[in-house]
Design a protein around this ligand. Sequence first.
Ligand SMILES: [Zn+2]
Length: 501
Amino acid sequence: MKKFSATTPIYYVNAKPHLGHAYTTIVTDAVCRWHKLCGEEVHLLTGTDEHGLKIQQFADAEGVSPKQFVDRIAPMFADAWRRLNIDVSDFIRTTEQRHKVGVQKLLQACYDAGDIEVDVYRGHYCVACEAYYMPEELDDGKCKIHSTKAQYVEEENYFFRLSRYEKKLLDWYAAHPDAIKPDHRVNEVTGFIKQGLRDFSVSRKSLTWGIELPWDKSHVAYVWFDALANYITAHGYGTDEKRFAATWPVDYHFIGKDIIRFHCVYWPAMLMSAGLEPPKGWAVGGWLLVGGEKMSKTTGNVVNPLDLIDEIGVDGFRYYVLADTNYGNDGDFSYEGLLSRFNSDLANNFGNLAARVATVVEKKCGGVGPKPSSKGELAAIATTSVADTIKEWQNVQTSRALDATWSLIRATNAFLEAHEPWKMEPGKELDTVMGDALEALRIVTILASPAMPRTCQEVWQRLGMSGQVADQRIGTDTQWGRYPGSTKVHKGEPLFPRKKV
Ligand SMILES: [Zn+2]
């Protein structure tokens, strides 16, 4: 069985899950569900990043231990993903033993390869960012993100010799030109490498809340070797080498554009140093801006996705974030936009189609679905819609994929309006129209299910289809004419009751 494996970033537990976390995670889940529909064995890895100075400081401020602090926040992420119907295969926490063992193995491998060396760092450090900055990266000595004065520090650090990997990385990207989606991001990465790479610090001596370097216990691993390594430690690196060999490299790391350098430059170099393969690919998303700005605690525009699902439903929310912004571009999140898309695409299109079809079948066909024709006018449109939907999901173009699916919904609604089956007498002509409309709706239900798993399962059952929509197969079950006819069709409650804007 073909495998498909994807990861989200592990999320830093200094705050509760917000819209940005939910966005990347929903895209990853929908793409995984698509690959499952294609008959692949799917693995989705997510988790939480739990070490570092900031966590230590938060815990100190609350008078609890860092472990107590992270033990309280990490379950909020697991719970958010349950509520957003994310099909998580593995949830890793960087405070787990399996992670610690793997991180130490990775550090030791890079150290043994001669790529980690001790040095003295002299320069400016922003505590809130937990990052060193060059003078030109600061604004009058202040961090550009936090507007606080960066501290001058001088400390012994171990450094990863990233500068040795310029050519190896460029050669790798030349040999793997399709590794980053969307395509234009490749140039950003190779352009950055070509400017010359600087060695980066991999340890801290002043910090205790972290994983000790195996050869020097007075240092703990700094964020990159700790956080990025989750992608391999979760797959068994250091603890289950057989499983690791069978599951690494993964197909995609789903990431936001702000962490592209760490994921597409640091991470593959670290893997190469340890004698491991880089991942097969990265899917780089833009930001969902709120009021034209990146969400942040400072501007106070943080959106909690869990507040929205009470209002719009899990599937309404999932659909919105997948359909409204093409993955890779920045999107603009607004409550008005959420409601208006819900009303237009879901209530007026998908929901209306399902209701119309069931109403006419109940009233005029005795509630039993007629068979579709072998090639009605909708058949050709369905074939194109299926082919386009496949192509766009394969390229991680979520909004285009859903638009390709919605083209069949729009065409089927137009088909019904043209034929007006609600005015027709029961008989052969009516049966042909309704059989074709049912077949189009059945195909749509499979195609839309990665975005809206529960709603599509509900429609599947209302069409009288047996089993799970998620167990259907793209290619065979999406062919025109697979609807057998003679199933009992139910109208049920409105799927997407219109929202007042
Ligand atoms: Zn800062």
